[in-house]
Design a protein around this ligand. Structure first.
Ligand SMILES: Nc1ncnc2c1ncn2[C@@H]1O[C@H](COP(=O)(O)OP(=O)(O)OP(=O)(O)O)[C@@H](O)[C@H]1O
Ligand SMILES: [Mg+2]
Length: 336
């Protein structure tokens, strides 16, 4: 009897597993029309070198078993949150980002980034709040899927990001961004810039940030270390901490920090950028519903001399506190 039940459960798990792969293949089919990196940029990575030169890491084995990856060519980088490998999938050379376990990761799982992210149902939301074992599992899956979700949304919005394929068993499979010679592209901080190029790249990045906001996403960790330089320009990477622009109360300061980081970096080559307030300006336009691609930015924001209405702010805060207490009471009643 137990054997029969276990057999049936195993069968259901297998079906679910296959459905997940089918779903990602379907998404992949829908993507070719998207304005991500052209195929010519993706191919040249030394097809001749594309021979397996390393043992399959344990965390990648399940993707090999599923036929998503054929061989692992080499380790590219080991960062704070993940280890990145160059892999071969059929004829293509791609990139596999293996997320580290929760206890080895750094600050990005911080609640400030998660706020506003949607979970499937209220049971999952409650479990996450309570920090139960199931809740931690849901949270881990949500964290692992956040980057692939953001990549799909951004690619669809025309932002230059590596084309994503799937996130499976904690491994994100995406295109390898390459330079003109077909090698893994350098990070922006490793590239020599002059004033003209710095100004051009800065303007390009502001356009990208605006497109991202249009898709409802703030990067949350945007800097010269999370931007690659391919033949055509800049490609944004590393988005597991992506912030929901509309649902996160920290969205404004995070957007400002992202943009200020970029401006400060480019200002070292183009001093006229120093002190510009593009982040504040973009956020103010976004909040006013006036942000659109191609908008002319000045980098200056008018100072608001109006006296704040302290009474109204206190009233809003009291309402928010009462609403929070009411939600907590309803949850308690549901649980007991
Ligand atoms: N799609 C890609 N194509 C080429 N190189 C990539 C790609 N994705 C990541 N890399 C390389 O791997 C490095 C680490 O990737 P990523 O920034 O996504 O992970 P991380 O763990 O957050 O790293 P870090 O702590 O350095 O920020 C990048 O700096 C880049 O050099
Ligand atoms: Mg990074």
């Amino acid at each position: 009897m137990t054997e029969l039940v276990c057999g049936k459960m195993l069968q259901r798990l297998k079906i679910l597993h296959r459905l997940k792969i089918l779903q990602s293949l379907l998404l992949e089919r829908c993507l070719p029309a998207l304005p991500v990196m052209p195929a010519s940029d993706r191919m040249p990575f030394s097809k001749a070198n594309a021979v397996p030169i390393m043992k399959i890491p344990k965390r990648i084995q399940s993707l090999v078993d599923e036929g998503l990856i054929d061989a692992v060519l080499r380790q590219l980088m080991s960062g704070k949150e993940a280890t990145v490998y160059v892999v071969r999938c059929g004829e293509e050379v791609r990139c596999a980002k293996v997320y580290k376990e929760a206890n080895q990761r750094s600050f990005h799982q911080n609640a400030a980034y998660q706020e506003g992210r949607k979970v499937k149902n209220s049971r999952q939301a409650r479990a996450m709040e309570k920090g139960t074992r199931y809740g931690r599992q849901v949270q881990e899956e949500a964290w692992q899927n956040a980057e692939v979700d953001a990549l799909f949304r951004l690619a669809a919005a025309g932002v230059k990001v590596p084309r994503p394929y799937i996130c499976f068993d904690g491994v994100l499979l995406m295109d390898l961004v390459t330079d003109a010679d077909g090698n893994a592209a350098p990070r922006l901080n490793d590239v020599e810039l002059d004033q003209t190029l710095a100004l051009r790249f800065h303007a390009q990045m502001l356009d990208q940030v605006i497109l991202m906001l249009g898709a409802g996403i703030i990067h949350g960790d945007l800097s010269e270390y999370n931007i690659l330089v391919d033949e055509e320009g800049l490609v944004i990477i590393d988005l597991p901490q992506a912030v929901d622009a509309a649902g996160n109360t920290n969205a404004g300061p995070m957007l400002e920090r992202d943009v200020d980081n970029l401006t400060a970096f480019f200002a070292t080559f183009a001093p006229r950028l120093a002190g510009a307030q593009y982040g504040k300006e973009i956020w103010a336009l976004y909040q006013a519903g006036q942000l659109q691609p191609g908008v002319v930015l000045t980098g200056r924001v008018a100072v608001d001399h109006r006296t704040p209405n302290v009474g109204a702010v206190m009233h809003e805060m009291r309402l928010a506190r009462e609403e929070h207490a009411e939600q907590a009471r309803l949850r308690y009643e549901e649980d007991h």
